[in-house]
Design a protein around this ligand. Structure first.
Ligand code: MIC
Ligand code: SF4
Length: 644
């Protein structure tokens, strides 16, 4: 049977299970990546597995999230990451070298390979024909130890791209259009496979932009063919040897098809507070803009920044607007410095930041109260920028540059097309891996350095047959992991679970943490009730690990997002779903709940009954867990399970 590209790559890596949509499969992971905010915990967990070296073909540890170094914590984490990389055979990308996804695409991604990363935007490298998947740090630790990665064999949606983009319209508008079609929920266990003649009109970094923000739809990953454009990109990166041509078979079968004509795409914007709130930019043209931020793993390639520079040439940033630019990698930064584009930006009044996540994760550049902040990144959740009252609008670099100059939203299609430069896709990139430390052959004498902020991951107890406790918070739909575990100024506590746990649900209900801890200390279970699509967004396993530390035993929700559901299992928390969604209404904050016969029910594959003691009601709930996941939960999480 003719195969699509997704299944070809999965088949070549299949270790266990039958490749049929909906089945659990296990695949071999060739490459892993971590970043510092999820990496410290991933490596602490890896260490506890007692391996000599990583077992992957390639593992890279990046430092890009926590680079502000206010206080000693970040720098301590960086040193821990550097020494542990040397010890275990991991490449270490030093702070300043750039954002993990951008650097991985430039220097390590290889068509046909699998990549597992402890960051939800790992699918970026799908732009280069890889199956690249985001996961929790513990899953990545297990893959580094040679373990298979378990996932649900996905449905594959074919996005057929035709034609070419108009001037002023870019790859970002393509993915925003996809988001406007499929939204941010209901897309779990799906892969978006892009084909069609129009793909030839997109360079690898443009494909990467599309694959990157596919994460916001909730899919497992996105993938493009490996073709002549891929070959050119790899050649320009001095890595022609990594090229292999890859495409789906002719007449390959897909679960569904979406057709997109590039020439009919308009410049789009995702309005606050969800990347799925997409409308054409012309709908808000003229709206005043306070801040513009250009960068992030979605839009900070060389081409993106050259376009911005050309649009800023001989102009000044509008007096009512602040412009921030953060180049995606040292390669990009150094190249725009040499071509003079950086000087153009500086002269225009742009404030240049280091090559890191920065503003995207709320690490600096918080906008003013009630600001309209226009950004080229991928997430605009409430409060993520560091300012609760600010509205974040997600756009292309072209739209961002116009907003910076005019101080308001401008539809790129309403200006002369000559405003937008023609930029060559693949120059010869400047190749200098001097900021990447390769692992040493012998690591016997390497001492791992741990600062005082680095604590051991907390241990969990095995699953009980009965839980009695209270609902400590009741939430609505689309709760993101940013709601659960804030980043920004709290990021520096990622390696200190006890401290970081004080901030669980900080922006939603600042008393949650102390309330949960009090229940836990009284021997009670802590329950969380939520609506649809619980755990959207970031892969941060802290959104499961810290609740586990606070005594959360079950989340009862209408539905879960993929990475977060897997993280809950990895930390022994039951992800329960209502049999009848109407029962969501009959659970309220503070209600006392009892769940009996948990282990028996899991063993018999039968639903669980929640007794609401406060309301004298019985509520059936179910779960979507494989046998393996049930064993993990019973063991009290993946670490306990692996050790067993
Ligand atoms: C994000 O974009 O939300 C992050 C910060 O990169 C996260 C990872 C993290 O929380 O450390 C992600 O996307 O997984
Ligand atoms: Fe960094 Fe933002 Fe990309 Fe996350 S989405 S990896 S915070 S740049």
């Amino acid at each position: 049977m003719p195969e699509n590209l997704t299944y070809k790559i999965l088949k070549a890596h299949l270790i266990e299970g039958e490749l049929k949509p909906g089945n659990e499969i296990a695949i071999k992971i060739d490459q892993t990546l971590t970043q510092d905010a999820t990496g410290t915990m991933a490596y602490l967990q890896f260490e506890s597995l007692g391996m000599d070296k990583v077992k992957t073909e390639l593992s890279v540890s990046y430092v890009d999230h926590n680079t502000l170094q206010q206080g000693f914590e970040n720098a301590d984490d960086h040193l821990y990451l550097q020494t542990i990389a040397q010890k275990y055979g991991i490449y270490f990308s030093r702070p300043g070298n750039g954002i993990c996804h951008q650097v991985h695409l430039e220097r390590f991604a290889a068509p046909g390979k699998t990549l597992l990363g402890s960051d939800s935007h790992t699918p970026t490298c799908g732009g280069l024909g890889m199956i690249a998947i985001g996961a929790g740090g513990l899953d990545v630790a297990s893959a580094m130890a040679g373990g298979a990665f378990y996932l649900v064999a996905p449905k594959v949606v074919n996005i057929i791209i035709k034609g070419d983009l108009r001037k002023g319209v870019s790859a970002k508008d393509v993915i925003l259009t996809v988001l406007s079609i499929i939204g941010t929920k209901g897309n779990v266990n799906t892969v978006l496979e892009y084909t069609g003649d129009g793909v030839m009109n997109l360079s690898v970094p443009e494909r990467a932009t599309i694959a990157n923000m596919g994460a916001e739809t909730g899919v497992t990953t996105s993938v493009f063919c490996s073709d002549i454009k891929t070959e050119k990109f790899l050649k320009a990166q001095g890595r022609a040897d990594k090229f292999v041509p890859l495409s789906p078979d002719k007449d390959a079968v897909y679960d569904s098809v979406i057709e997109i004509e590039l020439s009919s795409i308009c410049p789009m914007v995702a309005l606050p507070d969800s990347p799925g709130n997409v409308v054409p930019i012309k709908d808000i043209a003229g709206k005043k803009v306070d801040q513009v931020a250009i960068g992030s793993c979605t839009n900070s390639s060389l081409k993106d920044l050259k376009i911005v520079a050309a649009m800023l040439k001989d102009k000044k940033v509008h007096p009512g607007t602040s412009l921030i630019v953060a180049p995606g990698s040292k390669q990009v930064f150094s190249m725009i410095a040499r071509t003079g584009d950086l000087a153009v930006m500086i002269d225009s009044g742009a404030r240049i930041m280091e090559s890191a996540c920065g503003f995207c994760i709320g690490n600096g550049q918080a906008p003013k109260t009630g600001a309209v902040s226009v950004r080229t990144n991928n997430r605009n959740f409430k409060g993520r920028s560091g300012t609760e009252s600010a509205g974040i609008y997600l756009v292309s670099p072209e739209s961002a540059a116009l907003a910076a100059v005019y101080g308001e939203f401008i539809d790129p299609l309403s200006v002369e097309s000559s405003v937008f430069p023609d930029i060559k896709d693949e120059p010869n990139f400047l190749i200098d891996d001097g900021m990447i430390i390769a692992p040493e052959a012998s690591s016997k004498n390497i001492e791992i350095i741990r600062g005082p902020n680095i604590g051991n991951p907390p241990k969990n107890v095995t699953l009980s047959d009965r839980y009695n406790g209270n609902i400590a918070i009741k939430l609505g739909d689309k709760i993101t992991t940013d709601h659960i575990m804030p980043a920004g100024v709290r990021l520096k506590y990622r390696s200190n679970i006890e401290k970081y746990s004080e901030f669980v649900f900080e922006g939603v209900d600042p008393d949650f943490s102390s309330r949960a801890a009090a229940l836990r200390d009284n021997g009670k279970a802590v329950f969380i009730v939520a609506g649809e699509s619980y755990g959207q967004g970031s892969s941060r396993e802290h959104a499961a690990l810290c609740p586990m530390y606070l005594g959360v035993k079950a989340i009862i929700s209408r539905s879960f997002e993929r990475i977060h559901a897997a993280n809950l299992v990895n930390f022994g928390i039951l992800p329960l779903v209502f049999v009848d969604n109407l029962n969501y209404e009959s659970l309220e904050f503070g209600d006392e709940l009892v769940i009996n016969d948990i282990i028996l029910s899991l063993d018999n594959d039968s639903d669980l009954i929640i007794e609401n003691k406060t309301k004298m009601l019985k509520i059936p709930v179910t779960y979507h867990l494989t046998q393996r996941q049930k064993s993990i939960i019973k063991a009290g999480g993946l670490l306990n399970y692996i050790k067993k």
